[in-house]
Design a protein around this ligand. Structure first.
Ligand code: ZN
Length: 280
């Protein structure tokens, strides 16, 4: 599942291909994959003639691809969405949902096996959050000053939810998913079930530093989960191979050697070391 580093990697890759490209035709293969405008015929009509610019911005796990006439194309990959940059004569992907063919003979394809992802064409002079309502609920970006140990302390006061669950809440901080939450908690030596109100300021300082560190490192490693997102070179994210905790159930802890554990928590998994990560 794409998290902040995967979406940021995609943003940077799209910058190498999209600026200056003009849409000559568009096709929606699954209506629900377009959130706005509806029906898909209107989306396709309005995409034709649009020119992509070099303004591609990210907020949490959302991307905004700004268009020359002032509109923008919003993208949320959710569970399994992928944006692919392909020569238009290549065979179509099995789970292809939307395609936008450019004057250059290349196309931007939106593939999505699990079909939770969406695209939105946001008209000019319209705040994106009016159309992509998920943006309204996003907390600060993890690399912003607003995200700090003090901010975490304020958010956690009097609350008893487990820290792992809190980190996945996009209202607390934007962009963290299961992988980077497990990694951050391992590095900061915090047990995933620790109630947030019990975290000391010292623990919050460690956690804040770990979140920033693992996300930055994830970007350097080009993310964990995306494959072939903008070209046909088979580029794979590298992070999972170097993970401290995520996906390592039963394997020896990289710090103390004890077997790593995995529990279910609010419908998700949590990987951790019960020796290195203490319940405060
Ligand atoms: Zn350990």
């Amino acid at each position: 599942m794409p998290e902040l580093p995967e979406v940021e990697t995609l943003r940077r890759d799209l910058l190498a291909h999209l600026p200056g490209e003009q849409v000559v035709s568009a096709e929606v293969l699954r209506a629900a994959s377009v959130g706005y405008p509806k029906p898909p015929t209107v989306f396709c009509e309005q995409m034709i003639g649009q020119v992509f610019t070099d303004q591609i911005t990210r907020r949490g796990k959302y991307l905004l691809l700004h268009l020359a006439a002032g509109a923008s194309l919003g993208v949320h990959l959710r569970m399994s969405g992928r944006l692919l940059w392909r020569s238009a004569d290549l065979p179509l992907e099995t789970h292809l949902r939307v395609r936008m063919i450019m004057a250059s003979g290349y196309e931007l394809r939106f593939e999505d096996m699990r079909v939770f992802g969406q695209l939105w064409l946001i008209p000019a002079r319209t705040p994106p959050e009016q159309i992509m309502t998920g943006l309204k609920r996003l907390g600060p970006e993890p690399f912003d000053e607003a995200f700090s140990p003090k901010y975490l302390a304020e958010q956690f006061r009097g609350r008893s939810q487990p820290i792992k669950t809190a980190l996945l809440d996009q209202h607390l901080v934007a962009g963290i998913g299961n992988i980077y939450a497990d990694e951050s908690l391992f590095i900061s030596r915090i047990h995933p079930l620790t109630p947030v109100r019990k975290l000391s300021l010292d623990a919050l300082v460690r956690l804040h530093g770990a979140v920033v560190e693992v996300l930055a490192e994830g970007i350097v490693q080009r993310g964990t989960t995306l494959r072939n997102y903008t070209d046909a070179q088979g580029v794979n994210g590298n992070y999972a191979g170097t993970a401290w905790a995520y996906g390592r159930k039963g394997l020896p802890c990289r710090v103390c050697g004890a077997p790593m554990e995995r529990i279910r928590l609010a419908g998700r998994s949590a990987h951790f070391c019960s020796i290195c990560q203490s319940l405060e």
